[in-house]
Design a protein around this ligand. Sequence first.
Ligand code: ADP
Length: 276
Amino acid sequence: NTANSGNTALIHDPSTYLIEKEPYYVPVGNEITLFEAAYDNHLPLLLKGPTGCGKTRFMEYMAWRLQRPMVTVSCHDDLTTSDLVGRYLVKQGETVWVDGPLTRAVRTGGICYLDEIVEARKDTMVVIHPLADDRRIMPIDKLGQLLEAPDSFCLAISYNPGYQSVLKELKQSTRQRFVAIEFDYPKPSLERQIIIHETGLDEAITDKLLKLADMTRNLKGNGLEEGASTRLLVHAGKLIAKGVEPRAACQGAIALALTDDSDMIAAINELIGALF
Ligand code: ADP
């Protein structure tokens, strides 16, 4: 259900948000089989991998495939338990309870996808634990309720193990509840196919983007925190397809997006200049 009035943002009602059109997704391994087997066994899922490598697109595809409504929450360091569970709000002088996205997903038997879970406050994890083991329950303290998740409910979280920080590691007590699926950038033949599909570019220029990606990925740990993701290649490709000069497109969508370090930007710009 989508409401859109004029130029305002699209408002999705997540409790009824079903993905109707098949999302474009190119399988990269056995992830669909693994996900379905875990889902059938009511096991929660942990999607591991760098940013921009297709985890969200995969979740959208699985939600469509399983015909379940999906709620996505991008976690951040201010995210509290109430943001997920719900809170009392004053509306027209009356205090009303409003379910949070996690509660809505549990009530409707949908999929709740918590993106970049380690960004959330540590105490937020507490609410996830009873949902992520065989109890599959969710206590709502403020309502004095204990929700039991229906079989169709699915909890999935994503995590980028690449960021080397003790603060941003997933605790054993959390990670050992999940079936993990590992994601990485698709292999070149698949990444080529994806970029061509998403941007409409031809193979020759796509291959240059792939080469550039490969070079930046080799710089990971040598001045770059991450190399260019599939997402950045798609961004650059879309700019080029709109007529932006390839060097300018790659500088904007890739070099400047990756880092603020001026030496590193100069180095990437040199690679761009050599390719395009
Ligand atoms: P993540 O959630 O891992 O940060 P996304 O799912 O948002 O990354 O992927 C970024 C973009 O890369 C997508 O919007 C899509 O264009 C493209 N993409 C990456 N992997 C795939 C794939 N396997 N199939 C189709 N598109 C993909």
